[in-house]
Design a binder for this molecule. Sequence first.
Ligand code: GLU
Length: 431
Amino acid sequence: MSQHQNNLNPDSEAHLNGPLFQNALTTFDEAAKIINCDPNVAARLRKPRRSLTVSIPVRMDDYSVKVFTGYRVQYNSTLGPYKGGIRFHQNVDLPEVVGLAALMTFKNSVLGLPLGGAKGGVCVDPTRLSRTEKQNLTRRYTSEISAFVGPTKDIPAPDVGTDPQTMAWFMDTYSQEQGGYAQPGVVTGKPVEIGGSLGRNHATGLGVIYVCERAMEVNQMQMAGARIAIQGFGNVGSFAAKFAHERGARVVAVSDVTGGIFNGDGLNIPEVIEHVKQNKGVKGFPGSQTMTNEELLEVECDALLPCALEGQIDTHNAERIKAKIIIEGANGPVTNLATKILVANGKFIAPDTIANGGGVIVSYFEWVQDIMSFFWEEADVDAKLKGIILKAFDNVYKFKLEKNIDMRTAAMAASISRLEKAMLLRGLYPR
Ligand code: GLU
C-alpha cells in the first residue's frame, strides 16, 4: 500500500487531534446520525479545508527580532466567505484553531448567516507586549495571511486578546498592501470611525443576555432577581454582566485572570467595571469575597455564564455545578461528556454556537454596512441582532423538544442540516 493513501501517517493528522475539535466532532457525529446526514457530506464536514501556519518576525522594543507562530484555518465556505476571529493568547496552537474554526462554521450555519467558518490566532501573551510590539505583530501577521483574506474571501474579527484597535491595524495593513485604497470590509469589529458598526463592541455580551432571558423564559425563570455567576470579564463577560445588572439580575460572582469576586447580595457591576479600568483586574474589589475561577463555576446560582476559554467544565467538575441554566458565552467552555452529566442532572445548556453568536451576527451587519457604505443606528443593530439570535434559539429549542435531545445536539443538527442542503446543491468539484 502506498504511503500517500489517506490516514496512513498519523502525524499528517496531528492538527485534527486537539480536545476542542474532537469534542465538536463527537457532537457532530451524534447530530449527523439524528438527521441521517449524507455520509459523503459528513466526511467532508469533519475536516477543515485549509490550515495555514505562518512565522511572524517582529521587531521588539529592544531592537531584537522575535519570531512568533500564527495560524489561519479556513474550515468551510459553502454558505459564503470565511468568517471568524483572531485570537492572541499564549496557548494558541493549530489544533485549537482548527477546533475554533469548526465551531465558527457550525455557528454561522445555525444562525442562518451567509458566511462560512474560519479562525486565526497567534501564540503570544499580548499582555507582555508593548503597544508598538503588538502593532508590529498584528501588521506582519496580516501581511503573512493577506493573500488568503479579503472582503469577498475571508473576513477576520476580534477574539480573545484582540480588540477594535487590532482590527484597525489589520485593516490599514491590508489596505496599504492593496494599493492604498481603504478596504474596510476586510475585517469587522473595527472602531466606528473607520467603518465599524455601532453596537458591535457590546454585541456578544448583549446576545448572551438575550439568549439567557429566553432560556429563563422556557425554564419558567426570570431575569429580575436571578442570581448570575460569570466567568471571564473581558469583552463578552463584562458586557453580559452590565446588561444582566441593568435588567435587575443579581450578578453574585465574576472572575478574570486575577481570580474571582463574590457578593451574595449582588455586585455593583458599573463599579466593578470602573475598578477593572483602574486595577487591571477584578481582584480586590471592595466589599467582595475572593474566590478562585474553579470555585466560581461551582457557586450557588440560577444561571452560570462561562465567558472565558474552552474546556472549563468537564467530567472533573460537572457534577458539582449548581446553576440551573448554563449560557455558553465562550467557545467550547463545556465538553461533550460534561454536557451529558449536566443534562442528566436536569440542567439546561444554551450552546455556544447560539449563545455567543451576537458577535458574529453584528460582524455580519458591519460587513454589510461597509459594502453598502451606509450605516445604521445602534437601536436598529441591537433589534436586528435580537431577531436573528432568538429565531435561531427558538428553531433549535423546537427541534430539541421534537426529538427529545439536548440543546447542543439540536443546534449541531440544525447547523449540519443547512450545510448539507447547500453542499448537495453545489455538488463536488470536479465531480
Ligand atoms: N470571535 C468571535 C466569535 O468567536 C466573533 C467572530 C466574528 O465576528 O467574525 O464568534
